[in-house]
Design a protein around this ligand. Structure first.
Ligand code: NAP
Length: 508
C-alpha cells in the first residue's frame, strides 16, 4: 500500500540562525506552509551543539543577531554561547515557529523529482515528504574534522572534539593534550589550563590573536536600548561599519594589515613574559590570511607553568602518551581536539541529488560553488543559506544570512506572481559569477598571505568559503531575485496528492 506523503511548500533544513531566520520571514510574509527539519533535540544550530567552556561569539552581539528581532538585554558586548542559544530559542517561541519544527529529525535524503517538479525528502525516521522548495540552513561549520593520528585507536584515556565537549569528564588534576589553536581552542584552553595539572597545546600553525574589546553591558545601557531601540540600532550600525572597514586590508590592499600586525605583536609582548613562548606563538604569515582571533586570556594561560606549547609534529599516540617526531614522549590522560570543521565540504555526499540524480557533492568538481552563494545549477528550487563564498572573516554572518533570505523571499514572490514551477540557475551564469569571485580573491590576503587555511579548497586552492568583498555589495546583489539568471519552468501541477512512486520502498 502506498504510504501517504506529506507535502510542504517549503522544507527548511536546520534551525540555527539561517533556518530560524528564514522561518520567521516566511511567517511575517504570511506563508505558513513550511516545515523545519532539525537533527538535534532543540533549535539553535551551532550555538546549541557547541557548548565547550568559554564558547562565545567573536562578533559583537548587537550586530550578531537578527535586525528584525533585536535583543536589548545582551549582558556582554560579546555574548557567551548559552545566551545566544537562549536568544535563538526565544526567537522560535516569539515568532511561533515551534509548531513547524520537527526536532530529532534529520533529512537523510532529498531527491529532485523532475516529473512532478518536487523535492522528495526522506527523514531519519523513514517518513517521506515532498516539498516545492528546499531552503538548506545546515551551516558551513557543522561536521567536526578529526586529525588522522597514528596509533590513536590504542589511546586508553579520554578523547573528545570541542563540538562534543564531555562535561562529565573532570579535568581537575589531569594531564591534557589539546590539538589545534583555532577560534574554538583559544576560547577553551584558558579554562582547561585553570583546571588541569598540565596542558600540552599542540600547535601546527600559530594564530594571530588580538585583544577582545569585550565588556559587560551596564544596566543603564540595557535600559536605554529597551526604551529607545534607535539607540541600539545606532550601536549596531557603528559596529557594522567599523568591522566592514577591515575588508580593505583583506582584499583591497593586504599591506594595510601592517597596522593590525603591530597591534597583535604588542598583544603578545604585553601578555607573555617568556621570550621563548613569545617566539613560538608569533605567526610567520600575513595577519588575516587565517581568521584573526580575539582573546585576552589565551596568552596569559599559555604563560603559566602548567602549560606548554608544543610545536613539534605528532608522530604517534600510545596508550597513555603522545610522541612527537623528535622522539619526545609526553604522558597524557585526555586529548581534546580543537581541530575545527570540514568547512570546504559543507554537505555530505549521498544526501542531496538534483537533476538526473546527480549528487550535489559530485557536481562540485573543483570544490563547492553556487550563484550568489545560494543556488546551484542542476538543483532546481534549492536555496542554500550560508552557501559557498558567503563566509566572512571580518563581519557578521547574520548580515549575510539576512541578505540571502531577502533573495529567497523575492524568488518565491516572483514565482508566485509569474506562475513559475521551478527555477534553476543557468550554468553559464553560475560559472561567470564564480570566475569573478576567484578573480576578486586572487589579490587577497587569503591567497597571498603565505598560510594554509580552510578558506581555500585543499586540492584546488580555490576560495570556496569566503565572500571576498564588502558585505553591502552582497546585499545589493541579493536585494532582488534576478529571474534572467535562471531557467524558469512554468508551474504544471498541484502537489496535494503526491504519493511515492516506489511503494515497497515507502512502506519498508
Ligand atoms: P579552525 O579554526 O579550523 O582551527 C583548527 C585548528 O586545528 C587549527 O589550529 C589547525 O591547525 C589545527 N589542526 C587541524 N587539523 C590538525 C592536525 N591534523 N594536526 C594538528 N593540528 C591540526 O577550527 P575552530 O577553532 O573550531 O574554528 C572553526 C571556525 O569556527 C572559525 O574559523 C570560526 O569561523 C568558527 N568559530 C567561531 C567562533 C566565534 O566566536 N564566532 C568561535 C569558534 C569557532 P592549522 O592552522 O595548522 O591548520
Amino acid at each position: 500500500m502506498a504510504q501517504a506523503v506529506e507535502h510542504h511548500k517549503i522544507a527548511i533544513i536546520g534551525s540555527g540562525f539561517s533556518g530560524l531566520g528564514m522561518a520567521i520571514k516566511l511567517k511575517q510574509s504570511g506563508e505558513n506552509d513550511f516545515v523545519v527539519f532539525e537533527k538535534e533535540g532543540g533549535v539553535g544550530g551551532t550555538w546549541r551543539v557547541n557548548h565547550y567552556p568559554g564558547c562565545a561569539c567573536d562578533v559583537p552581539s548587537h550586530l550578531y543577531s537578527f535586525s528584525f528581532a533585536s535583543n536589548p538585554t545582551w549582558t556582554r558586548m560579546f555574548a557567551p554561547q548559552p545566551e545566544i542559544k537562549n536568544y535563538l530559542e526565544h526567537c522560535a517561541e516569539k515568532f511561533t515557529l515551534m509548531p513547524h519544527v520537527r526536532l530529532n529529525n534529520a533529512v537523510t535524503s532529498a531527491r529532485w523529482d523532475e516529473d512532478n517538479t518536487v523535492w522528495r525528502i526522506q527523514d531519519q525516521h523513514g517518513k517521506q515528504h515532498t516539498a516545492t522548495m528546499i531552503v538548506a540552513g545546515t551551516g558551513g561549520l557543522s561536521t567536526p574534522s578529526y586529525p588522522n593520528l597514528n596509533g590513536v585507536e590504542r589511546f586508553e584515556g579520554t578523547i573528545f572534539h570541542s563540538q562534543d565537549w564531555n562535561h562529565e569528564y573532570d579535568l581537575t588534576g589531569k594531564r591534557v593534550a589539546v590539538i589545534g589553536t583555532g577560534a574554538s581552542a583559544i576560547q577553551f584552553v584558558p579554562h582547561v589550563q585553570k583546571q588541569a595539572k598540565k596542558v600540552d597545546l599542540y600547535q601546527r600553525t600559530a594564530p594571530w590573536v588580538m585583544s577582545k574589546p569585550d565588556r559587560a553591558m551596564s544596566w543603564a545601557e540595557r535600559n536605554l536600548f529597551k526604551r529607545l531601540p534607535a539607540a541600539q540600532n545606532a550601536l549596531r550600525k557603528s559596529i557594522y561599519w567599523m568591522l566592514e572597514s577591515r575588508v580593505l586590508g583583506f582584499t583591497v590592499n593586504p599591506r594595510l594589515m601592517v597596522i593590525a600586525k603591530r597591534w597583535a605583536l604588542n598583544h603578545i609582548r604585553a601578555q607573555i613574559t617568556d621570550p621563548e613562548l613569545r617566539k613560538k606563538v608569533t605567526p610567520d604569515y600575513t595577519i588575516g590570511c587565517k581568521r584573526i582571533l580575539m582573546s585576552d586570556d589565551y596568552y596569559p594561560a599559555l604563560d603559566q607553568p602548567n602549560a606548554e606549547v608544543v610545536t613539534t609534529g605528532i608522530q604517534e599516540i600510545k596508550a597513555n602518551s603522545i610522541v612527537t617526531v623528535d622522539g619526545e614522549e609526553r604522558e597524557v590522560d585526555a586529548i581534546i581536539y580543537g581541530t575545527g570543521f570540514a568547512a570546504t565540504s559543507p554537505v555530505p555526499k549521498g544526501v542531496i541529488h538534483g537533476r538526473d540524480g546527480v549528487d550535489l557533492v559530485d557536481s562540485w568538481k573543483d570544490g563547492p560553488e553556487a550563484y550568489k552563494g545560494t543556488t546551484i545549477s542542476g538543483f532546481p528550487n534549492l536555496f542554500m543559506l550560508m552557501g559557498p563564498n558567503t563566509g566572512l572573516g571580518h563581519n557578521s554572518m547574520v548580515y549575510m544570512i539576512e541578505s540571502q533570505i531577502t533573495y529567497v523571499l523575492d524568488a518565491m514572490k516572483k514565482m508566485r506572481k509569474e506562475n513559475i514551477g521551478y527555477v534553476d540557475v543557468l550554468p553559464e551564469v553560475q560559472a561567470t559569477y564564480n570566475e569573478a569571485i576567484q578573480r576578486k580573491t586572487s589579490g587577497s590576503v587569503w591567497n597571498s598571505g603565505g598560510c594554509q587555511s580552510w578558506y581555500l579548497h585543499p586540492e584546488t586552492g580555490k576560495n570556496v568559503t569566503l565572500w571576498p568583498d564588502f558585505t553591502w555589495k552582497f546585499r545589493l546583489q541579493t536585494r532582488q531575485f534576478d529571474t534572467k539568471a535562471y531557467y524558469l519552468q512554468p508551474a504544471i501541477t498541484s502537489h496535494s496528492n503526491i504519493t511515492t512512486p516506489n511503494t515497497t520502498e515507502a512502506t519498508a
